[in-house]
Design a binder for this molecule. Sequence first.
Ligand SMILES: Cc1ncc(COP(=O)(O)O)c(C=O)c1O
Length: 411
Amino acid sequence: MKYNPKAADAGASLPGFTQVHPAAPATCTQGWLELLVELEEALCEITGMQAATLQPAAGAAGELTGLLLMRAYHDANGESERRRRVIIPDSAHGTNPASVTLSGYEVATVGTNARGGVDLDALRALLDDDVAGIMLTNPSTLGLFEEDIVKIAEAVHDVGGLLYYDGANLNAILGIVRPGDMGFDIVHLNVHKTFATPHGGGGPGAGPVAVCAKLAPFLPGPRPTRGEAGYELAMPEHSIGRVHSWHGNAVVLLRAWMYLRLNGGDGLKRVSEIAVLNANWFKERLRGAYDIAYDRPVMHECVVSAKSLHHEVGLSALDVAKRLMELGFHPPTVYFPLIVEEALMVEPTETESPQTLAALADAFLQVARESREAGNADDAKAAPRTTPVGRLDEARAARKLVVTFDQRRPD
Ligand SMILES: Cc1ncc(COP(=O)(O)O)c(C=O)c1O
C-alpha cells in the first residue's frame, strides 16, 4: 500500500476545517462547500463524468450507491421489473457480487479469455433485455487493461444496459484514459486508496460516485453546489436520497482535495506512470522463479503464481507469503483473484523506491530458490517464526471471535 503525503494530513487537521459542525448552515460553511464542489469537479474531470456524490463511505458503499442509481434509472424508464441481472467477470473483487446481491439484482458471471480479459463471446451470449448492466474494473483485478472495453460498452448499451466502473484501480490510469471515454456510465472512486488516505487501516474511507448526465438527477443528496448567492446544498430532482449522514467522511474528502492540488494534472499522470512502471519491473524480476498468470504488460499491479513451486516442492502461495514476513516484508494478497491458481498479487504503487522493490523481489526469489534447492518447502512451511504468533486458525478466529483478547488466558 502506498505512502500518503503528510501534508494532506496536516491540511485535514486544520481547526478551520475540523471544528466546523456539519449542521452549520451553508452561509457559515462556504469554505467547506467550495472545497467539496471543487473536489466533485476534479473527480468528474478525472473520470470523464458529469456529476458526482461525495457521500458514500468507501468503495463497497460506492458500489451499492451506483447500483441503486442503476435501478433508479431503469425504474424511471419503466424497466426495473424486467432488468434483473447484473453481469460481473469471474475475476471481480468480492465486493462486486455482494453489492449486486445487496441491491436486489441477480449476479450473472462472465468468464475470462486466454489473455485475461472479458470473454466477449460469453458476454454476448449473456446479454439480453433483462440485463440491468455490467460491473467492471479496468484494469482488472489481474492488473490487465481490458482491451475490448469499447466493444463491451457497445454490446451492453445495445441491449439497454449501463456500465459500472469499479474505480478501486483508478490509480493505474490517472490522466491517461478516462472511464467516461471508455463508455462507462457510473464510476466509484476509492479516494482512500488512490488519493491520500491509507487503505485497510480500519479508519474511515470515502467512495464518491460519479455519473454521466442522464443519471445526475438520481444522485444522492443534498449535494454541495454553486448557487447564485454562493455555495449551497441542493437535492437532485429524482434523488435516491441520502447514503451517508451529513457530507460523507469529509476529512477523507479533504485529504483527497489536498492530494489533487499537490499533484496537479501532470502530477497525477506521473503517479500512474510510475505505478505501472513499478508493477511491470517487478513482474519481470520474478519471471522464471514464479509463473506469470497472464503474460502481457500489466498496469498498476501484477499477479504471479506459485503453481509450479506447489507442484515441484509443495510450496503454496500462503507459504511464500509467510516466509516473506520472516524476511521483513508485509505479505502480498494471496489466493486472489480466484481464477489464478496459487495467486500472489503485488501492487507496488508509485511510492515504493527502486531499492525497496528490488529488496522485495530478492526476497521472493530467495523463497523460491531455497525451497527448490533444498528440494522441499519445510522451512517456508514453518514460517513465520519471527512474529509474536505463528500461523493462526483463521476460520476459528472468524467463527469464535474473542473481542476481549487477554494474552494471559490460554483460550
Ligand atoms: C477492485 C476493488 N473493488 C472494490 C473494493 C472495495 O473497496 P472498499 O474496501 O473501500 O470497500 C476494493 C478494495 O480494495 C477493490 O480492490
